[in-house]
Ligand binder design. Structure first.
Ligand code: NAP
Length: 237
């Protein structure tokens, strides 16, 4: 079965921080411009984000009231809402925590993106009905919390015809894709700063002990110095 190419595209400090104030060392809009211009280069119609990043940047802070008497929805059937959008925000949210209030979202000057929730079979019927009421698509990515990300990618290809998808963090979701052998390319916009990393997720953030993961090598496809002493490195296999 075919799946889209996965490109991890992130900004980070020299020491691999992806959160915190490292971007403040660069003047004006240089970081945003660097990140956005390289995102455009990939010509991807979809971005995948982890639940924590989604909640930090895209959803309401509190869950809207969920239907009190939902129907029972089959876990065998994904739900693809009718919509005219052709760009997608894919939210990896196994338990159904993201407090969406609309079936599309925006980011900077990019086209509006239809929301696609990736959930596990343990999600509540009330949450599924909430998504349906809003016209948000959802797909099942596995029986439980540890989603089968290959299956998720195959479904994204099948339903939305996606050939290239940008995986844009955070660190734990990036790690999950790496762990399952699904990272094809890595694009990093490196800010010339070293910053405190205590307690912060890194570019690929494995937060549990796991001894069996082998390193994977990449080759440089592009290497550019951009405004503000920012470096862009694009690796592929
Ligand atoms: N610098 C950049 O370019 C950039 C880009 C994006 C984000 N960020 C930053 O990254 C930070 C968040 O990163 P993070 O690593 O803490 O969180 P994250 O990757 O955004 O989200 C982690 C959550 O995703 C779900 N998840 C992760 N792996 C999974 C798997 N294999 N199967 C199913 N669900 C999985 C889990 O949700 P549940 O807990 O609900 O199970 C997990 O807690 C934010 O502060 C954000 O600002 C930076």
């Amino acid at each position: 079965m075919t799946r889209p190419t996965i490109i991890v595209h992130m900004s980070m400090s020299i020491n691999g921080n992806i959160t915190g104030p490292y971007g403040s060392v660069v003047e004006g809009e240089a970081l945003k411009q660097a990140y956005e211009s390289k995102h455009e280069y990939f010509d991807s119609k979809a971005m995948i984000l982890g639940r924590k990043t989604i909640e930090e940047a895209f959803t309401a802070t509190e869950m809207p009231e969920l239907p009190s008497h939902p129907q029972i929805y089959s876990r065998e059937e994904d739900y693809i809402a009718d919509s005219d959008y052709n760009h997608y925000m894919v939210s990896l949210d196994p338990s159904g925590k993201a407090a969406w209030t609309s079936n599309y979202t925006t980011f900077r000057e990019r086209p509006e993106m239809h929301v696609v929730e990736v959930v596990s079979e343990t999600v509540s019927d009330a949450y599924l009905e909430h998504l349906r009421n809003l016209g948000i698509s959802y797909i099942f990515g596995g029986e439980n919390h540890q989603l089968d990300l290959k299956l998720v990618l195959e479904k994204l290809y099948r339903y939305f015809n996606l050939e290239t998808v940008v995986l844009a963090g955070g660190g734990s979701i990036n790690w999950s894709f790496f762990e399952q052998g699904l990272v094809d390319e890595v694009s990093v916009v490196i800010v010339p700063a070293v910053d405190d990393h205590y307690g912060r997720p890194q570019l690929f953030n494995n937060s549990h002990e796991d001894s069996d993961i082998k390193p994977q090598g990449f080759k440089i496809k592009h290497l550019e110095q951009l405004d503000g002493d920012i470096i862009w490195i694009h690796y592929s296999k």
